[in-house]
Design a protein around this ligand. Structure first.
Ligand SMILES: *Cc1c(COP(=O)(O)O)cnc(C)c1O
Length: 394
């Protein structure tokens, strides 16, 4: 007994656990005395005053939140994580810490709902934005002007899969002490670690890859900065941005298979991207680790793999492209991404419907653009589905 315990300790002392292990093992379950392998769901709104763990009311914390926050800290390699009801709640938490008159410098190709939140909600409260193409090095001059309260980037961008040099931007921003937020939803910490690249805040919509089963919404923000952590915990409780205990339990369950799912999805995506790039019904294709991607060197310097999203510009009329999207067998035409099931999306009329047509045109989000979220199905089935669909397109 003693011997095996010693062995256990020895392994723990000598070896930092890998990411599969970290995703599976929670620091604690809050039910240690029962031996329950899975944590219980603490469906309670309130806690008796003066309890040992310091919980008071679920809007400001719950054991299920802490369990998920611990797992996210271990894969992000962060000190603090706060979980929220959705990715959009997480965005709200950060922006609500700003004040009237502040300006946020944004990558011009941000997630549609983040843009809507800035333009149609926070603008009314005096928070302004300026957008710039961060894949263009001249954008760094703007950072040096030092007029901004925050820098907001996403990489790869949605849906164009531009790669932004996170390390370089954080270096520039650090010189003028501007915090950088990276929306890391398309990668998760397993592919890209924004905090290690110099960002102050790593934001994720856990609705997507982290949960992976399209059955719950959630968001998270990780940081190593104590002051930011305080602000985010404050926003969680004072704006009512907290998730439900059940959803955080589902996401904690989902994250256990994140490394496995991602491995399969990335492998499928990489192979499909290589296969499709020469297809005669495709004008152009974007995949971060495609040798022809214009930013492949930056992609390789900050991402472990190319992820599992492919964007393609298709040949054919808008009508035919819609027909293609609707008639695939394994790709459901739907918003969202990152789940085990493959999805196809028409950004111009779906995820980016709320973005003005001039902006869409400027960015290159036109009616021929289609985004694939590659799932865990068999490669051969996805291949057959896409190849047959594309044959009927032209
Ligand atoms: C989906 C998404 C969000 C918003 O997350 P929700 O959980 O849907 O609120 C934010 N950023 C990116 C990049 C996303 O894909």
């Amino acid at each position: 007994m003693n011997k095996s315990k010693n062995l256990k300790n020895k392994i723990q002392a000598n070896q930092a656990p890998g990411e599969n292990t970290l995703s599976i093992h929670n620091e604690r379950s809050f039910a240690e005395a029962t031996g329950s392998v899975m944590p219980p769901i603490f469906t309670t709104s309130t806690f008796s005053h003066g309890n040992k763990e310091g919980f008071d009311y679920t809007r400001s914390g719950n054991p299920n939140f802490q369990i998920l926050e611990n797992v996210l800290n271990s894969i992000e390699k962060s000190k603090y994580t706060t979980v929220f009801a959705s990715g959009v709640s997480a965005v709200t938490a950060i922006v609500s810490s700003l004040k009237s008159g502040d300006t946020v410098l944004c990558e011009e190709n941000l997630y549609g709902c983040t843009v809507r939140l800035f333009e149609e909600v926070f603008k009314k409260f005096g928070v302004k934005t300026e957008s710039v193409d961060f894949s263009n090095k001249n954008s760094f001059d703007l950072i040096r002007e030092n007029r901004f309260s925050l820098i907001w980037i996403e990489s790869p961008t949605n849906p164009l899969l531009k790669i932004i040099d996170i390390r370089k931007i954080c270096e520039e921003a650090k010189k003028v002490k501007i915090p950088v937020v990276v929306d890391n939803t398309f990668c998760t910490a397993l592919i890209q670690k924004p905090l290690e690249l110099g960002a102050s805040l790593s934001l994720t919509s856990t609705t997507k890859y982290i949960n992976g089963h399209s059955d719950a919404l959630g968001g998270s923000i990780s940081t190593n900065n104590k002051e930011w952590n305080k602000k985010l915990k404050f926003a969680q409780k004072s704006l009512g941005l907290q998730p439900s205990p059940f959803d955080t339990w589902l996401i904690t369950r989902g994250i256990k298979t994140l490394p496995l799912r991602l491995e399969k999805q990335v492998n499928n995506a990489f192979r499909l991207a290589s296969l499709l790039s020469g297809n005669k019904s495709i004008n152009s294709l974007r995949y971060p680790f495609d040798p022809y991607h214009p930013h492949i060197n930056v992609a390789k310097s900050q991402m472990k793999s190319g992820g599992a999203i492919i964007t393609a510009n298709l040949k054919g009329s808008k009508k035919n492209i819609f027909y293609f999207c609707k008639n695939l067998r394994y790709f459901t035409l739907a918003e969202s991404l990152g789940g085990i099931e493959s999805l196809v999306c028409h950004p111009a009329t779906m995820t980016h419907a709320s973005v003005s047509s001039e902006v869409k045109l400027k960015l290159g989000i036109n009616d021929s653009l289609v985004r694939f979220s590659i799932g865990c199905e068999d490669f051969e089935d996805l291949k057959f589905d896409l190849i047959e669909g594309l044959k009927n397109l032209s």
